[in-house]
Structure formats: C-alpha cells, structure tokens
Design a protein around this ligand. Structure first.
Ligand code: PMP
Length: 413
C-alpha cells in the first residue's frame, strides 16, 4: 500500500502490528473503515490473552496461590491503567463492566431508580446511541419521570441555546455522548456539564466514540459518570469501564448481587463490599480486562496527539474526496468531529452501497447505526459510514472514493 502520510507516526509500522489488516477480501486488499463499530486489535493485545490462558489462568481476589495472585495483580493493573487513562483520582471509581451499554444501564437502574421521582426530568441529546436512550426510557417510565431531548441542528450539533432553556430545577440527570457514533460530532461536554451542575443535575457522558480519539480527564471535565468501551479502543470485546465519582457510587445501591460484591452474608442481612467491588458481582472477564490494559498501553505509546493529528488529516481528506463526487451528500458537518464520515446518495439504499463496497474489499457500516431518532431527524433511513483509526491511510480513502464514484456511475447508467 502506498502510504504517504504523516507526522510523528509511522503508519506502516502501526499497520504491521495488526495481523488482520493484511488480507484480501473478495480478491482486494482489505480496507477496514468500520472502526466506530469496533476497532481491530494489535498483536500485543491478542498475545496478552494467550499469555494469560497459557500462563496464569486463575480466578482473582480470593485465591492465595501464585497463579491467582499473578492474575489478580494483572487485573488490578488494568484498573490502574484505566484510572490514569481517564484521569480519575482513585481506582475505587473505576468499575469494570461489559461495555458502555452495561455501564449506562448500571447507572440508570441504580442511581436512576434511587434518585428519580415522579415529575423529575432526564435530559438526553438528539445524537444519542440507543444505549443512551432506552435505559433512561425504562427508568423514567418506572418512576414517572420525563425524558426530554435536546434538538440537533442541521450540521449535526447539539443546539446549546435550546439545551440551556430545557434545564430547570426539575432536571436530575443529563446524559450525552462525548462524540456521536453516527456523525462524528464532538459535543461540548465541558459546557454541558457546567450548565447542568449549575441546576444541581448530575451528568453521565457516553465516551464510547471519544476514548480512542480525544484526550479525556474526568476531573477536569467534572463528569459525574463517564463510560468507555475496550473494543472501540484496540482492546477485546466484552469489557468496559464505568467511571463514577466516589460519593455518588457510594450512595448507589448495588446493580447485581452475588459473589465478590459482598462483605458479609447471612440469611437475614448482607453487607456490601467496598468500591469498586460492590459493582463487580461474580467472576469478571479477567482475560479481556488484562488485555484491555495492553490496549491502553498501545494508545499511550502512540500518543493521543499523534492519533488525533493523523485521523484529522484522514477526516479532512475523506470529506474533500467524497464531496467531489456528484450525488454524494454528507450527513453531519460539524466543525469539531472525530474521524467518522457519514453520507448518503439520494435514491440509493445505503445497504446496496455497503454491499458494492464490500465487493471491492472495503468494509463500511450502513444503516441507522443504533441512532434511529437521529436518522429520523434528518429524514433518512440510514447512512453509509466510514470511520477511521490510527492504522488507516489516505490511499485507502482513495479506494473508497474510487469505489463510490464507480457505484454512482454504474447507477446513473
Ligand atoms: N454509545 C455509543 C456512542 C456507541 O458508539 C456504542 C457502540 N456502537 C455504544 C454506546 C455501545 O457500546 P458497547 O458496544 O460498549 O456496549
């Protein structure tokens, strides 16, 4: 592949560490542009899983034998890596979950159930993934609270002035993503949090699409809850982190009951474990948590600034190349975006475009991207979404543009 770009980042070297990228799909070199759904995993992350299962597979925390101690150290090492990655003050505030979906459900079902009352209001943005809509709908319905949505502008941004007018003394929870998975829009979370706090509301940030691209510091943001997912950060599936402020986590009831989350159990009464274990019932996903630590190390070694610079170049290049193609309409043109490009070709179903691109070895996502209300807002069924990661290249974007051009020509005949 002809790699011409960039900066302090050797893309060829990065690509070499991802075995999956070096294959042909339908006789063409794989171009993987479905990174917002899940990113690929470098060898070092895959190797961590092998090392654990071949070398020190054991259950954690309760064992006193050598393997159990080694596994516990590695698992807790990942917790410390996640703490540093998010800029949290204490590992007590870092809870391992299965992913962002579980993290949001945890907060909605514990904090939401305990603190929402009839007539209270929960505000979400119109850009949310179904994971940051449905859990709030469930708890609002149960508690008689009202779910309110911040409108989205034509460029795919949160309407901040509308948001200000929606906030009131009834607002208890504001939930928003840091970056939109469908459009790439980076939301002004710092301002959103500040305004919510002025009205006494807590804020949950869905960082699924931010974690691999943007700097995050939960203390500087003053986020009450912040959720990330390993599989979108070059790590394994089935692992996420819920960051929560200690005083909030302490005030919340447990999510699931079982082993590990208890201090003392009798048939009459159970006392709960300290943070973060109160929220980690049962045997956790030990291997994947350990490998997630390695994925964080991978991101740290490349550096978020290098990643952002590279991906911004790709984003700008892709916007430019796709805009040149007649019939292509970009959806989501916010000034601040992570490396996600969504587009439609009027009169052509996104699914058909996706299939034709797959025939050329190019993997994109098509459909509503789990953001049906956002698609409704734009009056479309779905989009074609190309999302970039640190290992993607401008040459790959040329292939995408060439593929889209051919599809447009073919269909206009
Ligand atoms: N929120 C956003 C913005 C997402 O992009 C995703 C994943 N597509 C989720 C939530 C769900 O995350 P997970 O796969 O970790 O459950």
């Amino acid at each position: 592949m002809n790699v011409s770009e960039t900066i302090g980042l050797d893309v060829n070297k990065v690509r070499d560490s991802f075995p999956i990228l070096h294959q042909q799909i339908n006789g063409k070199p794989l171009v993987y542009f479905d990174n917002a759904a899940t990113s690929q995993k470098p060898s070092r992350v895959i190797q961590k899983l092998v090392e654990y299962y071949e070398g020190y597979n054991a259950n954690i925390h309760r064992g006193i034998h050598t393997l159990a101690e080694k596994a516990t150290r590695a698992y807790e090492g990942s917790r410390e890596s996640a703490r540093q990655f998010l800029g949290a003050q204490s590992t007590e505030e870092i809870i391992f979950t299965r992913g962002v979906t579980e993290s949001i459900n945890l907060v909605a079902s514990t904090y939401g159930r305990k603190f929402l009352n009839k007539g209270d209001e929960v505000i979400i943005s119109g850009l949310e993934h179904h994971s940051n809509i449905v859990p709030w709908q469930i708890v609002c319905e149960e508690k008689g609270a009202k779910l309110i949505v911040i409108p989205v502008t034509d460029t795919g941004e949160i309407d901040l002035s509308k948001y200000k007018s929606l906030l009131s003394d009834k607002t208890r929870i504001v939930a928003t993503n840091h970056a939109s998975n469908s459009l790439g829009t980076i939301n002004p979370v710092s301002e959103i949090i500040k305004l919510a706090h002025e009205r006494g509301s807590m804020v949950l940030v869905d960082g699924a699409q931010a974690a691999a691209h943007l700097p995050i510091n939960v203390v500087e943001l003053d986020a009450d809850f912040y959720c990330i997912s390993s599989h979108k950060m070059y790590g394994p599936t089935g692992v996420g982190v819920l960051y929560g402020k200690k005083k909030l986590l302490e005030a919340m009831p447990p999510y699931m009951g079982g082993g590990e989350m208890i201090k003392d159990v009798t048939f009459e009464k159970t006392t709960y474990n300290n943070l973060p274990y109160k929220f980690e019932a049962g045997t956790p996903n030990i291997a994947d948590v350990i490998a997630f630590g390695e994925a964080i190390a991978f991101i740290n070694e490349i550096g978020k600034a290098n990643i952002a610079q590279h991906e911004n170049e790709l984003l700008e290049y892709a916007h430019r190349k796709l805009k040149e193609i007649e019939g292509v309409r970009l959806i989501g043109t916010a000034k601040n975006k992570v490396s996600v490009v969504s587009f439609v070709i009027d009169g052509v179903h996104p699914f058909d475009i996706g299939q034709m691109l797959d025939a050329r070895g190019i993997a994109v996502r098509t459909g509503h991207h789990c953001t049906q209300p956002l698609m409704d807002r734009f009056g479309i069924e779905g989009t074609v979404r190309a999302s970039f990661a640190v290992y993607n290249t401008k040459a790959e974007i040329d292939s995408l543009a060439e593929g889209v051009k051919r599809i447009v020509n073919f269909l206009s005949k």
